[in-house]
Design a protein around this ligand. Structure first.
Ligand code: PMP
Length: 293
């Protein structure tokens, strides 16, 4: 689906998966004017297909688009495109428990421009791919390496929207962590380098004395849809939930730590390495499974 300067997206159509044509001067290629989203389609036991709160992804894309001076498809257009793409690929949605169909909507400045300014044209694309677990060991506890040199996002930057540039800044830290045998990177805040922020593609929670805490959204953390859902579900289950600043020392002293995200779903954290010392944590599967309903 495309849109010119009038801001109205039209001409959406299903096309076979393949490369898309882009002008080398496209704003997305030169100035990073691009947003992405991630959702999963699950097949329920009765065979029907379930999307998890897709309107939340549409709204997050709208907020990101405003920040990057881009027009966004309406929530209805977003949902329609996602549904059409999923239904055209419904044979790829695996049975419940055997993976899911990952859905990747993208909004890019596809128009050519030289000089930093909003693109004259935009393209909205949705593609899908069947996936299994995000981490190679499935839902086994993951190991996080705390990063002190690189930050995921800068104050006043774009850390709270799902823009492509945020991921470019973390590729090297991610590679280094994997080379050292860790599952992922834990980022600290860019000002004090001591408050926990999030992981490369998921939010983080800790449990201490039955209180569930997650870092406050200070502008450099992505407001995860799974994060919000876990907060709501936990509160409905009667847990006390706090959104607040959490130091790395506090996290290391937690009874339990877990990550949330569309890709990672709910992943227990089995160890956190900080300044060369590895803290082993014991995931509490009772709590974990009570949240996974
Ligand atoms: N943080 C980052 C940096 C992410 O890329 C993601 C994945 N979208 C998340 C957190 C989790 O967000 P959600 O629960 O909406 O998938």
């Amino acid at each position: 689906m495309s849109c010119s300067s009038d801001g109205v997206f039209t001409n959406g159509k299903l096309v076979p998966y393949g490369p898309i044509e882009l002008n080398p001067a496209a704003a997305v290629l030169n100035y990073g004017q691009g947003l992405l989203e991630g959702l999963r389609a699950h097949r329920k036991e009765d065979g029907s297909i379930l999307l998890f709160r897709p309107h939340e992804n549409a709204l997050r894309m709208k907020i990101g688009a405003e920040r990057l001076c881009m027009p966004a498809p309406s929530v209805e257009q977003f949902l329609e495109a996602v549904k059409l793409t999923v239904m055209a690929n419904k044979h790829w949605v695996p049975p419940f428990g055997k993976g899911s169909l990952y859905i990747r909507p993208q909004l890019i400045g596809s128009g050519a421009i030289l000089g930093v300014a909003p693109a004259p044209q935009y393209t909205f694309v949705v593609f899908v791919c069947p996936v299994g677990h995000y981490f190679k060991d499935g839902l086994s506890p993951i190991s996080l390496l705390t990063e002190e040199e690189y930050h995921r996002a800068a104050p006043g930057g774009t850390g709270d929207i799902k823009t492509i540039g945020n991921y470019a800044s973390v590729v090297s830290a991610q590679r280094r962590a994997k080379e050292k045998g860790h599952s992922d990177v834990l980022y600290l805040d860019p000002v004090h380098n001591k408050f926990v922020e999030e992981v490369s593609s998921c939010n983080i929670f800790m449990v201490k004395d039955n209180v569930i805490s997650t870092p406050l959204l200070t502008g450099t953390i992505l407001p995860g849809i799974t994060r919000r859902s876990v907060i709501e579900i936990s509160q409905n289950l009667g847990f006390q939930v706090e959104e607040r600043l959490i130091t790395i020392d506090e996290l290391l002293g937690a009874d339990e730590v877990f990550c949330t995200g569309t890709a990672v779903v709910l992943s227990p954290v089995g160890s956190i390495t900080y300044r060369g010392r590895r803290k082993v944590l014991q995931p509490n599967y009772l709590f974990f499974s009570s949240c996974a309903i």
